[in-house]
Design a protein around this ligand. Structure first.
Ligand SMILES: Nc1nc2c(ncn2[C@@H]2O[C@H](COP(=O)(O)OP(=O)(O)OP(=O)(O)O)[C@@H](O)[C@H]2O)c(=O)[nH]1
Ligand SMILES: [Mg+2]
Length: 445
């Protein structure tokens, strides 16, 4: 486990939201934190016992509950004290000031969790799962975050063990090859190593292919709304998100910037990206920029939703690779089909009325059907990069076999692959990577 910057000076922070509440939580961690807290408490702290106490801050005394966790049986793995005063900014500020005046320092964002990581209590993937749990807006995100935190996805773990074994075997052959009995044994062992590499590469490829599914659970399914001016794209954004997010007028070319809004459907997060109306020519500089932005948004989104008002105008819109759907808007005289988008569709185009909210639910259902449902353990770009690096090394090792080149090169490539997969947990991770993970947390976590 990475040990750089390991400090255990005493840190303190408010772990609950700043403001008024029945109870707040102040967390203190680091060697000597028990003695520090006890200098201001009326009663001694007992390991693992939540007990009534009073805290003497400068200018006031607070009645509170307090608990001490002796290392390593605490969240951070260090000695930790938690105080539960009333949730009041003057009280919490006063207690924290007393603690910092007496030797503690204010914790940075995510520093308690960072210490848990540095002390080997949590690996980096678990920390990321925890950050996702805290950020979760939907039940699906919560379930997914918990599944990763609980280590329910076994494929990467199995692959890591397999690579570890293959690497040890290759190293053994390289070091003690002369002592092994004959070429037959050698080649059988080498075959075994390569079949492990094949299995690992296959599993990793499946994980990499499922990456979009995991990322979309957390970030939302991003849909760019594309169409000619005035077809009702902004009206649709407002209807889907049940808001007044975008300006709607009957002037063609109202929207220039990218405007996004979110909604949750069937427990899944969706991000709707409204864009400038696309047309072949405009002399207006601002509109030109808007159209370029619209095209870029369409290329980078998970799916494109083409909005037309008659089925012929679709041919005038740019074709974008990937998932897409077409809707005909301003069909005000239709009946609402509820969630039944099949009934609401004709010739593969869904008829809606964004202005009158007709078939908006059917559209939500259709977009839900378009979402990738498969997912594995990988859900962010850091993890994805580690997996791709590992797979690249494995593929290079497979290519070595084809060339029947030296086992030394295979060993080096296997080592690279193994390092990449262990980097998922934060093994040998550099400080920038670690910091970017913990910066996502709030102060006090
Ligand atoms: N009758 C009817 N009018 C609609 C519907 N949807 C939008 N409109 C009207 O069409 C006009 C343009 O709507 P917007 O939502 O601003 O269109 P847009 O595609 O965002 O337009 P730009 O931003 O200019 O590209 C407004 O007057 C809306 O009220 C609909 O379903 N039925
Ligand atoms: Mg608009």
């Amino acid at each position: 486990m990475n040990n750089m910057n390991k400090k255990n000076d005493i840190i303190a922070a408010l772990s609950s939201p700043y403001g008024k509440s029945a109870v707040a939580v102040i967390r203190i961690s680091g060697e000597g934190c028990k003695e520090l807290a006890e200098r201001h408490l009326s009663r001694e702290l007992k390991n693992g016992e939540l007990r009534y106490n009073t805290f003497k801050a400068s200018g006031f005394t607070e009645h509170l509950m307090a608990v001490y966790f002796e290392n390593p049986h605490s969240y951070t793995g260090e000695d930790t004290v938690e105080l539960y005063p009333h949730g009041n900014t003057a009280i919490c500020d006063g207690i924290i000031k007393t603690l910092t005046d007496d030797g503690a320092r204010l914790a940075e964002r995510g520093e308690f969790t960072k210490r848990a990581f540095l002390n080997g209590k949590l690996d980096l993937m678990k920390c990321e799962a925890l950050a996702d749990i805290i950020d979760a807006q939907t039940t699906e995100q919560l379930v997914y975050g918990n599944a990763r935190f609980d280590g329910q996805f076994k494929s990467l773990e199995t692959t890591e063990k397999q690579l570890n074994k293959a690497l040890s075997t290759v190293e053994a052959i390289l070091h003690y090859g002369d002592e092994l009995e004959g070429e037959d044994i050698d080649s059988a062992i080498v075959d075994d190593v390569f079949s492990s590499i094949d299995v690992a590469a296959e599993k990793l490829e499946a994980e990499i292919n499922a990456f979009d599914g995991g990322k979309i659970i957390n970030d939302g399914f991003k849909i760019a709304v594309i169409g000619e001016p005035n077809v009702g794209k902004s009206t649709l954004l407002n209807a889907l998100t049940d808001s007044d997010r975008a300006i709607v007028t009957d002037i063609a070319g109202t929207t220039r910037d990218i405007i996004d809004g979110e909604y949750v459907y069937n427990g899944r997060k969706f991000v709707i990206i409204d864009t400038a109306g696309i047309k072949d020519y405009t002399a207006d500089e601002v509109e030109k920029i808007g159209i370029e932005r619209a095209k870029t948004a369409a290329k980078t989104a998970d799916a494109v939703l083409y909005v037309v008002t008659d089925d012929r105008s679709i041919s005038r819109l740019p074709e974008i690779d990937g998932k897409s759907a077409i809707i005909i808007n301003k069909c005000d005289d239709i009946n609402d089909a509820g969630t039944d988008f099949m009934t609401a569709e004709s010739d593969g185009m869904l008829k809606i009325s964004a202005k009158f909210g007709k078939n908006v639910t059917a559209l939500k259902q259709k977009l839900y059907e378009m979402c990738p449902k498969d997912h594995g353990a990988l859900c962010n770009h850091r993890q994805f990069a580690c997996a791709v690096k590992c797979l690249d090394s494995l593929k290079a090792a497979q290519a070595e076999r084809e060339k029947s080149e030296s086992l030394e090169i295979v060993a080096a490539l296997l080592y690279d692959a193994y390092s990449a997969i262990t980097a998922l947990h934060g093994e040998n991770a550099d400080e920038n990577v670690i910091s970017s993970v913990f910066e996502r947390f709030c102060v006090g976590k």
